[in-house]
Design a binder for this molecule. Structure first.
Ligand SMILES: Cc1ncc(COP(=O)(O)O)c(C=O)c1O
Length: 479
């Protein structure tokens, strides 16, 4: 069917499917790694999923059959759940989500269940807020590098724009008052009306989080300009040491002059609980009008009542949740450490970080030239030869070429070790190459492929006895 029969929104490229971020996923889909069936396939390290604590969830599900309406123990709740369609959501669900949000932030803040508005994941929450806060053509400032799908979530259907606040490696990509002012003034010169600032804290892709003073600067900046602040805290529960994370909800309590009507949070259970499939997102606004309007809009992206019903039970099991959050933090930190330490052994550094499901890998020295073309060329080597789908910095609008986001929590230990081994082998084979000789490689186009022979030498999962000390991830990560 001809595209000319469709709407402008349907036919524009607002979804962003043509970016390198999605190309990597396609490369993975075409040749996915499987330890036995396709051991030379592409390992997916472009997905920010938290799969490290699913055993705990499964145990809880088995121990609580009455939380589901599809078990003999819970079936009596089937009818009531199936017919419930109020867009306020189940009160028990909203209370449980609010308490979970408090707990993830160390109970230093208290969220009000009546301000919780449901949405289809944080994706839906962002779009809802964009619809509520800005008109087509108006913009949100957003510090770079940022989550690529913001271009889709905030812009595509709303016509709202994003305007970059350029952050750089020279100060570890920190958000500064100066950077915010520069972006604001530049937008003004471009005749773009700035309606808000969108920050992601902790950051995707950096895995870092903003300190209290920076958050105070942010709050004073948006108040001075009288623009909205949308704070995406979807990774709040992934911070290694929960006591170190400062939520915007804490900071505004300490800033009596802050206009609360300007403050809005986005949250979801996709990362902290690892449930992206449940599509549980939250708009939490301190502005009564935004709460009311967002709630009306939420009809387009409600969380299924069946999901609400089950999560109301799970999230209000205090003992379970307490243990889950702390165990999940420990496992994420261990995996992060295992990966970054392994890379450090071959001289690959990354931005220091203590949160998220990823880290920001510094491969600047591998680029033939400090350009985004070189970054793409090297990214193709990573995909086609090292066979890892990591995401290039340019898909996050990073201002400097050579940075890559590596996701580490969507796979098991074995796969992590294979990914690590592939990178190490690549670097060791080219140990003396560094910048000068890497140039030679590019000129001669020498194949730097991992030979399949060599690959066979690796201890693949089916060859190691599970009882071997070598099977311990920590032992093998030293290699
Ligand atoms: C910063 C950020 N916001 C929002 C989302 C979307 O999350 P959800 O699956 O809840 O829609 C993601 C997913 O990766 C993200 O990293």
């Amino acid at each position: 069917m001809g595209y000319n029969l469709l709407s402008k929104i349907a036919t524009n490229n607002g979804h962003g499917e043509n970016s390198p971020y999605f190309d990597g996923w396609k490369a993975y889909d075409a040749n996915p790694f499987h330890p036995q069936n396709n051991p030379e396939g592409v390992i997916q390290m472009g997905l920010a999923e938290n799969q490290l604590s699913f055993d705990l969830i499964q145990e809880w599900i088995k121990a609580n059959p009455n939380a589901s309406i599809c078990t003999p123990q819970g079936a009596s709740g089937f009818k009531e759940t199936a017919i419930f369609q109020d867009y306020h959501g189940l009160p028990a669900f909203r209370t449980a989500v609010a308490n979970f949000m408090n707990r993830v932030r160390g109970n230093r803040v208290k969220f009000d269940p009546d301000r919780i508005v449901m949405s289809g994941g944080a994706t839906g929450a962002h779009e809802t807020l964009a619809f509520c806060l800005a008109n087509p053509g108006e913009a949100f400032l957003v510090p770079t590098p940022y989550y690529p799908a913001f271009d889709r979530d905030l812009r595509w259907r709303t016509g709202v724009e994003l305007f970059p606040v350029v952050c750089e490696s020279s100060n570890n990509f920190k958000v500064t008052r100066e950077g915010l002012e520069t972006a604001y003034e530049k937008a003004k010169l471009d005749n773009i009306k700035v309606k808000g600032l969108l920050i992601t804290n902790p950051s995707n892709p950096l895995g870092t989080f903003l300190d209290r003073n920076t958050l105070k600067d942010v709050v004073s900046f948006i108040n001075e300009k009288n623009i909205h602040l949308v704070c995406d805290e979807i990774y709040a529960g992934t911070v290694t040491n929960g006591d170190e994370f400062v939520s915007i909800a804490e900071v505004i309590k300490e800033e009596p002059k802050c206009n609360l009507d300007l403050i809005h949070l986005v949250y979801s259970l996709s990362k902290d609980m690892g449930f992206p499939g449940f599509r549980v997102g939250v708009v939490y606004s301190y502005n009564d009008n935004v709460v009311n309007i967002a709630r009306k809009m939420s009809s387009f992206g409600l969380v299924s009542t069946q999901t609400q019903h089950m999560l109301a039970s799970m999230l209000s099991d205090d003992k379970f949740i307490e243990n889950f959050i702390s165990e999940s933090r420990i496992r994420l930190a261990r995996r992060h450490e295992m990966f970054t330490r392994g890379l450090a052994q071959v001289g690959i550094g990354s931005l220091e970080s203590k949160a998220g499901l990823f880290f920001w890998m510094d491969l600047r020295r591998f680029l033939k030239e400090p350009t985004f073309e070189s970054e793409m060329t090297f990214w193709r080597v990573i995909i086609n030869e090292i066979k890892l789908n990591v995401s290039p910095g340019q898909s996050f609008h990073c201002s400097e070429p050579g940075w890559f986001r590596v996701c580490f929590a969507n796979m098991d230990d074995e796969t992590t070790l294979i990914a690590l081994w592939r990178i190490k082998t690549f670097v060791r084979k080219n140990r003396n190459l560094e910048i000068k000789t890497m140039k030679q490689y590019w000129q001669n186009n020498q194949p730097l492929m991992l030979s399949s022979r060599r690959y066979d030498d690796i201890l693949t999962p089916h060859r190691i006895s599970p009882h071997s000390p070598l099977a311990s991830p920590m032992v093998r990560a030293q290699n």
